[in-house]
Write a protein of this length. Structure first.
Lengths: 113, 109
């Protein structure tokens, strides 16, 4: 693989169910991010990790949790999904260098009914 | 609060030039990014400005004025494949990216 992969590509989920979105990168980037993108709104940061073993809260963290056990993987978990979490979720990574350009995965389209 | 403003939608003709503006009000400034996002796809990096002035990269150029809180993305010799959304993002004093809602650019033949 090259870059960032996300799984699943899309998912329909019943409200109240638990769901983990997977994200893996092979660029050895230190920093990783989870965003949600909703129509008419900018990308909103959910959680981030500056390096393996550390995580931080973004703008909209409620209802989501993350872990960063190693450099490559950064899963996002919805403990009990609600309809307002219907969105497109993007994982991104960056080298945390001077420009710190973020590179995005292909996204997961999640529908919570 | 922090705010990034971009026009919602713009239309231009194939072969022409279009300028997409972005104004920002953020707590601190540590760089401005432009990304391109085709429908149903991930955002891809276009340009980065941290100093005032124009950065040129092929058909695309990006301009920054920090004193005015203003940037624009200039696309020349428009092609149909340039139909996409263009996202402006500013890195604030905490090095978090604040994103605009994006400008949908429609190219007509």
């Amino acid at each position: 693989i090259a870059g960032i992969t996300q799984a699943p590509t899309s998912q329909i989920l019943a409200a109240g169910r638990r769901m983990t979105l997977r994200c893996t990168q092979d660029m050895r980037h230190n920093a990783m991010y989870w965003y949600r993108q909703d129509l008419g709104l900018g990308l909103r940061l959910i959680h981030y990790s500056n390096t393996a073993g550390t995580t931080g809260k973004g703008e909209v963290p409620d209802g989501y949790s993350v872990s960063r056990a190693n450099t490559d993987d950064f899963p996002l978990t919805l403990a009990s999904a609600v309809p307002s979490q219907t969105s497109v979720y993007f994982c991104a990574s960056s080298e945390a260098d001077s420009t710190d350009t973020q590179y995005f995965g292909p996204g997961t389209r999640l529908t919570v009914l | 609060g922090q705010n990034i403003d971009q026009p919602t939608e713009m239309t231009a003709t194939e072969g022409a030039i279009v300028q997409i503006n972005c104004t920002y009000q953020t707590s601190g400034f540590n760089g401005l990014f432009w990304y391109q996002q085709h429908a149903g796809e991930a955002p891809t990096f276009l340009s980065y400005n941290v100093l005032d002035g124009l950065e040129e990269k092929g058909r695309f150029s990006s301009f920054l004025s920090r004193s005015k809180g203003y940037s624009y993305l200039l696309l020349k010799e428009l092609q149909m494949k340039d139909s996409a959304s263009y996202l402006c993002a500013v890195r604030d004093r905490d090095y978090q990216l604040i994103w605009g809602a994006g400008t949908k650019l429609i190219i007509k033949p």
